[in-house]
Write a protein that binds this ligand. Structure first.
Ligand code: ADP
Ligand code: MG
Length: 454
């Protein structure tokens, strides 16, 4: 199929997506190739690729199929993307169309492609992830292996995969000859099963034992899969014996993964174990600011009002992936309607995400949690006493009530023993101020918020 043929076919999308979407997202797509059931389109930026893929990917696949093309998947790729590891050997050729954003992994290596966006440059460091980041940096320097394995763990969307890819990019950049292999535990199992089926175990073993750096993402996946564990264990030992670096990630600590043999758990723990903590407000804001900078290149005319990012950093505290998605949507929406991104637009556009993070939390719940946290009586939290031991927790509770519920200041005041709305406002401001300079308060708030939203 040619790009001209696509030009015809895409017209069928016009009525389905509407004129605006069509002009903004469909017309700029350039068909790069169609191979093995995969249609690849060139897009000007990764942002656009992601957006189109999420919102129109299925539709595009369908119109292509309806037009008689054998397409089971559509992919989007930025031609000539500037990747750290590929910068050196740029020869003006677009990335292979069938493998968008794929790393320069030689074909005999069993790794998965690396995401060109996941580099150290684009990783925002804050208190919750500074240790993990420092450890990753250290491993990425190469040189003699000091801790083996590096075990990274933390909840979903906190940057484990990002850090692993960043290590891989950095290592490849420094030493292009290194055989760096990154893959998920699931892919490891898949390869293993395939080798068993093809009676090709020797080749499998040789392959995995020949790498310099092995990264296995989401290792919790092999829990309960005994044969895969066994093979992983042998691979692991063989590599450690040869002093090759291993990096493993998981959604929980080694000892907390049920269904993994003890000897593997102890192996996993034998190097350095670091965790990525849930994000705090400052980190979320930092990440948003960084993303805005990236997006602004794509949408140079889009202004974002003061306070919007702070609002998002407050309200969306689940994980970075959700945060990113929200911002992306906001920019896409803003650019479609050609308007400045205001607080109002934000609330309209992200109602579902925002509501989701503060659903059904009540002022009473907040008061209960806060008094438990500070170990004071509920009656003292709400009552008239003004000593610091009660007043500070009271302000914390007021602040959280303002942040996490939709109650107005007077309504909150009424629930705090009939206080005036100016008292509530003062309390909220006080906490905002303290959060900037007192990390204890900031941590308390983060913990309380998490407990409430859980
Ligand atoms: P995990 O593997 O822990 O589930 P990912 O590494 O896939 O999480 O991260 C989810 C998304 O959030 C990715 O797009 C990633 O780039 C982004 N992200 C996570 N942490 C950070 C950070 N500290 N700075 C910038 N982006 C981040
Ligand atoms: Mg991951």
């Amino acid at each position: 199929m040619t790009n001209e043929a696509w030009g015809e076919i895409r017209q069928n999308l016009l009525s389905a997506v509407g004129k605006n979407n069509y002009v903004n997202w469909i017309e700029p797509l350039e068909l790069a190739g169609l191979e093995g059931g995969v249609a690849t389109f060139f897009v000007p930026t990764n942002f656009m690729g992601n957006w189109v893929s999420r919102n129109f990917g299925d539709m595009i696949q369908r119109v292509l199929s309806n037009a008689g093309q054998n397409v089971s998947r559509v992919e989007f790729s930025v031609p000539n993307e500037p990747k750290p590891a590929e910068r050196k050997k740029t020869n003006g050729v677009a990335a292979p169309a069938s493998r968008p954003a794929a790393a320069a992994i030689s074909d005999d290596l069993p790794g998965a492609p690396l995401d060109s966006r996941f580099t150290f440059d684009s990783f925002v460091v804050g208190k919750p992830n500074e240790l993990a980041h420092a450890a990753a940096r250290r491993v990425a320097e190469g040189g003699s292996v000091t801790f083996n394995p590096l075990f990274l763990y933390g909840g979903v969307g906190l940057g484990k995969t990002h850090l692993m890819h960043a290590i891989a990019w950095e290592l490849k950049n420094r030493s292009p000859e290194l055989r760096v292999v990154y893959l998920s535990a699931e892919q490891f199992m898949y390869r293993f099963v395939q080798a068993l089926r093809d009676k090709d175990m020797i080749a499998f073993k040789q392959l995995f034992r020949s790498v310099d750096v092995l990264m296995i993402d989401d290792v919790q996946f092999i829990a309960g899969k005994d044969a895969t564990q066994e093979e992983f264990f042998h691979t692991f030992n063989a590599l450690v014996d040869q002093n090759r670096q291993i990096i493993v990630s998981s959604d929980r600590a080694p000892t907390e993964i049920d269904g993994i043999e003890d000897r593997i758990v102890s192996r996993l723990q034998s190097g350095l174990v670091v965790d990525l903590h849930p994000t705090n407000y400052e980190l979320r804001l930092g990440i948003l600011q960084q993303k805005v900078e990236q997006f602004s290149q794509q949408f140079p005319n889009l202004e974002i009002r003061d306070g919007v990012l702070e609002f998002l950093a407050h309200r969306i505290s689940t994980n970075v992936r959700v945060l990113e998605g929200a911002l992306m949507r906001l920019f896409a929406f803003g650019s479609l309607v050609g308007r400045e991104i205001t607080m109002e637009l934000t609330q309209d556009c992200l109602a579902d995400v925002i509501r989701h993070s503060d659903r059904k939390i009540t002022v009473e719940e907040i008061q209960r949690k806060v008094s438990e946290h500070y170990n004071i009586r509920l009656s003292d939290l709400i009552g008239p006493k003004r000593v610091r031991t009660f007043a500070r927790p009271r302000q914390v509770a007021m602040y959280l009530s303002k942040q996490l519920t939709s109650r107005s200041l007077p309504e909150i005041g009424r629930r705090f023993g009939g206080r005036d709305h100016t008292t509530v406002m003062h309390g909220v401001r006080k906490i905002e101020e303290l959060m900037q300079k007192d990390s204890q308060i900031a941590d308390d708030l983060e913990m309380l918020r998490r407990a409430l939203e859980a």
